[in-house]
Design a protein around this ligand. Structure first.
Ligand code: NIG
Ligand code: FE
Length: 435
């Protein structure tokens, strides 16, 4: 069954194998062109906004960007998409989501409003534990059906590449079940999905209650979950929630070192609520990204700036949790770190699929410029997934991942906050969303 509001992969392949398309009549094409890697510091100041250019797509790739007359001459007979005076950007990259979950957790929002803390709710069996109980009771098909309703919501806001984590299973069978749902989704959608194993999201309740249970769960992660995830090729990344009360720095290092030795690339939930050296650990391990960072220390900022690890900031999470402290984006950018933004779409702390809204928070709460938030959701978010060589830019040779916006000026994307301004998107030249 195709995803709602998307074209199914098989339907499309049949009639469009060598498809050429010219995108013309855009008011602005925000190309994000430059080095095919995460951008740092002053490199984030310019997203390369061009006027009076057309884009030629040949199959899955961008073929050319240039003067409309030249493009029309070079690609006779191509299909044409009239951008009608609107803005084109690279398809957005949402590099941090937990989109495989069952029941939403709207009950917790009023507990927090009444003063309960996120960790306090978790200690009483709510939070991640409540999503774990729920997910374990569901079949793979049930989870797939739910995810099918959620992916189009993310796509509707312009994302064409979406990272998705497991992490609400916390047992061999339930983590594999979650990752298989992602694999099955990928087989039916033209969106680019990137799977992450997050068995280290929490110590499950049944292990917390056992003598030496923490160590026993870590043993299960390393000796049972990880080998199956790797053998069945179900994940590109391993991630751990490194936070006081969840996994310690030492435990995180052990789990991630094991994952790296099995060939997975690394991510960390680091310094989200309390500083604990997570950013420094991410840099030390050569992780591809350290995510959250609202409580990062000055030493952590320095460590990320000196490393290739992308600082992925998730301002929607702090907003939804009602916390006033946001990640120090300006300090990170000034120090020379590569900064990305993502939704953290999940049932507990950030139930928004709206990446442009996160761009708004990037501007209004993190004091980033529009060019910075655009690069943070394209090139730098691609770098947070190890994909900066192939996606995130509108430049020859890059994947034809494009988003068309109902805006005349790119600054409108974060300006109309909360609005769904994405009119259409394409991934690898295939239509993924049409408003
Ligand atoms: O990224 N911080 C840990 N994990 C998620 C929240 C998970 C949940 O509460 O369900 C996050 O915020
Ligand atoms: Fe997260």
């Amino acid at each position: 069954m195709p995803l709602r509001a998307t074209v199914s992969r098989s339907q499309f392949r049949a009639d469009c194998v060598t498809r050429r398309i010219i995108f013309h009549n855009a008011s602005q094409v925000v190309t994000c062109t430059g080095p095919a890697r995460g951008r740092r510091g002053a490199e984030m100041a310019d997203a390369s906004t061009r006027r009076n250019v057309a884009i030629a797509v040949d199959g899955a790739r961008i073929a050319s960007v240039g003067a409309p007359d030249d493009i029309e001459r070079a690609y006779p007979g191509a299909e044409r998409v009239d951008c009608a005076g609107r803005v084109v950007t690279p398809g957005l990259v949402d590099s941090h989501t937990h989109a495989i979950f069952g029941r939403p957790r709207y009950d917790e929002q009023e507990l927090r409003a009444a003063g309960a803390g996120y960790m306090e709710i978790a200690e009483q069996g709510g939070g991640i534990h409540s999503s774990v109980r729920d997910l374990r009771a569901r079949s793979e098909d049930d989870l797939l059906a739910l995810a099918r309703t959620r992916l189009p919501r993310l796509a509707r806001y312009g994302a064409t590449t979406i990272e998705i984590k497991s992490g609400y299973g916390l047992s061999v069978d339930d983590e594999l079940k979650s990752l298989r749902v992602i694999a099955r989704l990928q087989a039916e959608t033209p969106l680019r999905l990137v799977p992450t194993w997050l068995g280290g999201h929490e110590i499950p309740r049944e292990f917390r209650e056992r003598a030496n249970g923490r160590q026993k769960y870590i043993d299960q992660l390393i000796h049972e979950q990880l080998p199956r995830v790797v053998t069945e090729r179900l994940a590109t990344f391993a991630d751990v929630f490194c936070e006081p009360g969840v996994f310690t720095l030492k435990e995180t290092r052990t789990i991630l070192a094991a994952a790296r030795s099995k060939g997975l690339m690394l991510k960390l939930h680091a310094d989200e609520l309390e500083p604990c050296g997570g950013a420094e650990l991410a840099a030390e391990l050569g992780a591809i990204s350290a995510d959250h960072l609202a409580a990062i220390s000055p030493a952590g900022i320095g460590a990320l700036a000196q490393s290739g690890t992308v600082a992925t900031l998730l301002p929607g999470t702090m907003l939804f949790l009602g916390r006033t402290r946001q990640a120090p984006a300006r300090e990170l950018i000034s120090a020379g770190a590569v900064v990305a933004l993502a939704t953290d779409f999940n049932p507990g702390t950030s139930p928004t699929p709206n990446l442009p809204l996160i761009m708004t928070l990037g501007v209004s709460q993190l004091h980033m410029s529009v060019a910075e938030v655009v690069l943070a959701t394209t090139v730098n978010a691609a770098a947070a997934l190890g994909l900066a060589e192939s996606t995130g830019q509108i430049a020859p040779g890059f994947s034809a991942d494009l988003a068309l916006w109902d805006c005349e000026d790119v600054r409108e994307i974060p300006y109309w906050y909360g609005d769904a301004r994405c009119a259409a998107s394409w991934c690898r030249g295939e239509s993924v969303y049409l408003a």
